[in-house]
Ligand binder design. Structure first.
Ligand code: ZN
Length: 210
């Protein structure tokens, strides 16, 4: 698996470029901004982009999706429960003081348990509401990697005080779905350093059982 992770945009959203080294097909997860940089990573590995996956409809994760789609023709996938948040991108842009990216059109809803295929690579979509209603994690079982969006961070969890957020739902998602994964699973959070399920199970103050 080719997997490049780099922060994009003013809020440093972790963007993943995932490619199959054999077929040269690729996924991009969370193209929040810096589309030229994403395109140069794709070009450096000679990858053809097949899908643009957005973990949730916050501007720092979805802001560059349309430009990436225009440049590559790849479809954009987002869970339908976040379509309402997508209509608020102008407001979200104002909150963080960046220009609005304009309207984003979703090609398909990404639903719980959907298979994500990219060449010989296989991922599974997990609906993990709480940070937003439509928040998704993407799990790659062979590689034991979880792209967690803003559901789980190293030592913390996603904020739930924005529209569509629910503390009870994120805790349920984390305990029932995320912590069901094996300890050695590498977690790529939406922001900040990588971690593992085992590390978070043991030391994340939101997750340790008292
Ligand atoms: Zn977010």
């Amino acid at each position: 698996m080719i997997h490049e992770i780099f922060p994009v945009g003013v809020l440093g959203c972790n963007c993943s470029v995932i490619g199959d080294a054999t077929t040269h097909e690729a996924l991009v997860i969370d193209p929040g901004d810096e589309i030229d940089r994403i395109l140069s990573v794709l070009a450096r590995h000679q990858l053809t982009l097949r899908q643009i996956i957005v973990t949730h409809a916050h501007i720092d994760h979805v802001g560059g999706a349309m430009r990436l789609k225009q440049a590559t023709g790849a479809p954009i996938l987002l869970n339908k429960n976040d379509y309402a948040l997508l209509k608020m991108l102008d407001m979200q842009a104002a909150w963080i003081g960046v220009p609005s990216p304009g309207a984003v059109t979703i090609d398909h809803s990404l639903n719980d348990q959907d298979a994500i295929q990219c060449g010989t690579l296989n991922g599974i979509a997990m609906h993990t509401p709480g940070h937003t209603e439509g928040s998704m994690c993407i799990y790659f079982p062979v590689e034991k990697k979880l792209i967690a969006g803003d559901t789980l961070f190293a030592g913390s969890i996603g904020r739930t005080d924005l529209p569509g957020g629910s503390f009870n739902k994120i805790i349920t998602s984390l305990h029932d779905r995320v912590l069901a994964l094996a300890d050695e699973t590498v977690v790529i959070p939406g922001h900040g350093p990588l971690t593992t399920i085992g590390e978070e199970r043991q030391s994340n103050p939101f997750l340790v059982k008292s």
